[in-house]
Design a protein around this ligand. Structure first.
Ligand code: PRT
Ligand code: ZN
Length: 285
């Protein structure tokens, strides 16, 4: 039987989220302890646990068919693979930072300076595009200490909250790229593997939709139904059920998480009461 081979990070910031995404897609793994690989027993899928740096190469070579990793790593490795889906977790940015007491004069500040990074390919491409002449010091980790120990004048690294930079006496001066976890795929998947990938993507879509929406139930006076229906369009249109109390109805619908607070304010103005908002587990449009 054909199996889709999925590469995920063995241990690190992406591991738990990658596993829980597969779990939310209904995929059950035969064992929890991470060896080199494991199999799903209710979906034709095999999981390979790897270092994230190795995933682009393995996917390009077809050792794995698809993989989950940071877009930053995909950009750095420049392998011939496709990004098929953005996954919305592990958001971060790749930024240039300099010692906090230095005066930043714009990108030309970096001319003739040494920049430490674990992302030399992304940095050198950026410097070429910006006509900057810099010296790149490639280091494997702990990039943020490079200026303190005199290895470099600036750093180019992943930033999320920014506290690591601050703790090391640095300030972020340029955001070069944004990143999040993505699903990548080999470009020459067989028809059967492509079918399995589409099936998985369909499930991921349902999980993502669900996390972006909430189910909402409320009571409203009948004369407010039209106004409320206009702000709560739902998937097709809201469900409206009469309440035992004359002149009132119960309205059920779906609301986007990001519009939620604004919608609630409007509903209250229209006279809605007893508003309940509940999470949706899966959502298929
Ligand atoms: O062992 P392996 O090679 O598999 O793992 P790794 O050490 O290379 O990667 P890991 O687990 O640290 O990160 C995996 C991916 O998570 C990265 O490639 C990014 O896509 C994403 N990600 C999201 C981050 C961060 N946020 C992040 N904050 N990766 C690293 N950091 C580090 C950063 O390097 C810096 O040291 O956290 C520090 C900055 O964090 P703040 O919050 O202080 O700004
Ligand atoms: Zn890595």
């Amino acid at each position: 039987m054909t199996k889709l081979k999925v590469a995920i990070q063995k241990s690190g910031r992406l591991s738990e989220k990658s596993l829980s995404l597969l779990k939310e897609c209904g995929i059950r793994l035969s064992n929890g302890d991470r060896k080199l690989k494991t199999e799903a027993f209710n979906f034709p899928l095999e999981i390979l646990f790897l270092r994230d740096d190795d995933i682009p190469q393995y996917v390009e070579q077809g050792v794995a068919d698809i993989g989950i990793l940071g877009a930053n790593e995909v950009r750095e490795k420049q392998k011939d693979i496709s990004i098929v889906e953005k996954l919305g977790f592990a958001g971060c940015r790749l930024s240039l930072a300099i010692p906090k007491d230095e005066q930043y004069t714009g990108l030309s500040y970096f001319n003739q300076r040494r920049i430490a990074t674990s992302y030399p390919a992304i940095l050198s491409r950026f410097c070429r595009e910006q006509n900057l002449d810099v010296r790149i010091e490639e280091i494997g980790g702990s990039v943020e200490i490079a200026t303190g120990i005199g290895l470099a004048d600036a750093v180019f690294d992943i930033v999320s909250s920014g506290s690591t930079l601050i703790m090391n006496g640095l300030k972020e001066v340029e955001v070069v790229a944004k990143s999040e976890a993505v699903l990548v795929a080999n470009k020459n998947l067989s028809q059967e593997k492509d079918r399995l990938l589409k099936k998985l993507l369909f499930r991921m879509g349902a999980v993502k939709q669900a996390s972006e929406n909430k189910y909402i139930l409320l009571n409203a006076p009948n004369e407010a139904i039209d106004a409320i229906s206009a702000v709560l369009p739902g998937m097709k249109s809201p469900t409206i059920l009469p309440l035992a109390q004359q002149g009132w109805s119960s309205i059920h619908s779906v609301v986007r998480e990001e519009e939620f607070w604004e919608v609630i304010d409007q509903l209250k103005e229209f006279g809605a009461q007893g508003i309940l908002v509940v999470p949706i587990e899966k959502m298929i449009l």
